[in-house]
Design a protein around this ligand. Sequence first.
Ligand code: CAO
Length: 457
Amino acid sequence: MAIKEATVPDIGNYDKVPVIEILVKPGDNVTKDQGLITLESDKATMEIPAPFAGIVKEIKVKVGDELSTGAVVALLEEMSQAPTASEPKISSQIAVSPTPVSTYMQATVIPAPTSVPATTSMAEVARTSTLDAEVAAPRTPSVAFDAKDVSSTPLPHASPAVRLFARELGADLTRITGTGRKGRITKDDVQTFVKQALSGALKSTSAQTGSGTGLNLLPWPQIDFSKFGEIETKVLSRIKKISGANLARNWAMIPHVTQHDEADITEMEAFRKTASEQYKDIKVTPLVFLIKAVVAALKKFPAFNSSLDAAAENLILKRYFHVGIAVDTPEGLVVPVIRDCDKKGLIDLAKEMSEISVKAREKKLGPADMSGGCFSISSLGGIGGVGFTPIINAPEVAILGVSKSQTKPMWNGKEFIPRLMLPLSLSYDHRVIDGAEAARFTAYLAQVLGDIRRLLL
Ligand code: CAO
């Protein structure tokens, strides 16, 4: 086997270019075109390839030597056989890179050769690599690096080993700040860049998909309203702060849907008036009928008397019937709970309703008065309105909003007749309850309120 010199090919106008890296050692098997050393000028990094396949016998240069065209780099014992498939080729190394090869080639400026002596020119290596890379498919998609962002200048300084490392990770050298000598990009720099890019990509994925730990909302607008006119600042009450935080969480975390319906309460109202006249010292309002009707509906549709567990994987069905009533107080909204509504009659409920309303407005409710609810009712019927979308009182799964009843002309199949209609607005947690179920629930409620004898069944 002949021992031959591997020399620096024609590198055009470049002269006395320093050696920055020795890529092989004596005894190594090298393939044709495999890099032996790296030269780096102010403008470009060049890998000097093996002109033929062989075994490295001796390295003739050291880091820091300045080489020009024709300088002897190494002595190689030429091998007659072509390199085996298992031996790495530059082109295949490039082909696995998710970064377009052109990026690398832009960074590695190759002077056009005027002649091709015994050695392969850098331009040829570049061309071969590009073509091989183009036919290599599929490429792994890049995590955070985009070829469009790549600029051909300034040229990043990095050794071929670091370039290869960066290519394999899909890292764009033009976006990496080198911390090595004269700003050279080191392997550590590439690793740091990739770590940061991955962490940024994960954060942005999390923001898009929602991890459940944050809504990634815009910051609240900071506005100096006094710039626009006279203002007064009033501190929110403790109740408003607490209920506000709960309402905000429930609104943001529960997929709410509100089902609207109407109940014909003409007969119920007639009965209520009779009862009110009979029990003069007790205020019997439509609300107590609603509580009883809700209990009947909860019995018929048990999913409405449930809560999701903390992992939102199990439904906890309740066999008791404690109904929360939203009470408007000067300090804000509170929701005391009337227990065991299934076991109480209308008059008992009416009495209790009056007591808790007074207690609420006198700020005498304790935590025990406001816990354990299964379902809530929010009645604005004494005030007005035709409908609204109440916010579910978590961990309950539904809430009934009630608006002001109105006498309306209703078609009975033959004629329009005046009927007292009560608007119902049922907000429900769509994770637990489907729309059809909600429509059945309000239809049943309307049926019960339309014929309160059903409450006896
Ligand atoms: N349609 C027509 N009239 C109604 C009615 C309705 N749906 N509901 C009550 N009324 C009448 C009552 O019969 C009463 O009339 P009379 O004095 O002639 O008997 C009058 O309106 C006032 O009733 P009320 O409001 O005092 O009593 P209530 O039992 O209906 O409600 C309470 C009690 C504590 C729920 C209520 O006072 C209250 O605070 N409501 C506000 C709840 C609230 O703020 N909800 C919004 C929460 S945000 O989602």
